[in-house]
Ligand binder design. Structure first.
Ligand SMILES: O=C(O)c1cccc(C(=O)CC[C@H]2O[C@@H](n3cnc4c(=O)[nH]cnc43)[C@H](O)[C@@H]2O)c1
Length: 223
């Protein structure tokens, strides 16, 4: 990102409820909303990449965005990211893109194809995490929501310090990287990563936290 406050920010969520929660926060921040475009691109990394690429291309005539933010609800690794809290990505990791063998999982980058993670600007991501009182660490992108304690333990072992998982960050980051636009990922925790208990998801609480985060973000990014 160029020095100073970003002139244009693209925020990509998965679903409309997340988009509306982000927009409500930006509206509460007052005026900053005009520099922000918020789109709901769909669930999963493929929809996220396609939607981000489309939105970036559409915005090019007004000038290339300075920053792309992947945002929404997510699963939190407890105890570091409990339900209702926020998580900000230090790295955005494609946690299930690769090959599963008898010896375990090999990430796609180790297979010699592409990359397995994106690194947001370190100073900026840390600054945003601190300002939002968010957990800070790797945020995993998965194609399949974790639903067992065994899978959660496997992910934690492979990605020490992981704070959250969701389904879009890596797709958003891949699209942003094509235009060399820096990326952040901000997640509001709706559920714990672990044994599947859909009834325990606190989506309303997470959306409220997401709104609060985007009420603060313009101030953190420089008004
Ligand atoms: O209940 C299910 O089985 C289920 C399966 C696929 C998707 C969903 C969603 O509700 C997706 C919405 C959205 O939420 C993010 N999210 C929230 N918690 C998690 C999680 O623990 N692991 C991964 N993603 C999560 C995700 O980014 C989706 O876009 C429900």
């Amino acid at each position: 990102m160029r020095a100073g406050r970003p002139a244009r920010v693209l925020v990509v969520t998965a679903v409309e409820a997340e988009r509306d929660a982000v927009a409500a926060g930006l509206a509460a921040a007052g005026g900053a909303g005009s520099r922000y475009v918020v789109v709901a691109a769909g669930v999963g990394p493929a929809a996220a990449a396609a939607g981000t690429a489309y939105a970036l291309t559409e915005q090019l005539s007004a000038g290339r965005p300075d920053l792309v933010v992947s945002a929404g609800i997510g699963g939190g690794f407890v105890p570091v990211a409990p339900v209702g809290s926020l998580a900000v990505a230090e790295t955005i990791v494609a946690a299930d893109l690769g090959a599963q063998t008898a010896d375990g999982f090999t990430p796609v980058a180790e297979l010699g194809f592409g990359r397995s993670e994106h690194r947001p600007p370190a100073g900026l991501s840390r600054q945003v995490a601190d300002a939002l009182a968010a957990a800070y660490g790797p945020v995993l992108t998965v194609g399949t929501v974790t639903g067992t304690a065994e899978r959660a333990a496997e992910l934690t072992a492979r990605h020490p310090g992981a704070v959250a998982e969701a389904m879009e960050g890596f797709g958003v980051a891949e699209a942003a990287a094509v235009l060399d636009v820096p990326v952040l990922e901000i997640r509001a925790v709706s559920n714990a990563v672990g044994p599947r208990d859909r009834a325990a998801w606190r989506i309303g609480e997470a959306l409220t936290a997401l709104t609060a985060a985007f009420g603060k973000l313009p101030g953190v990014l420089g008004g």
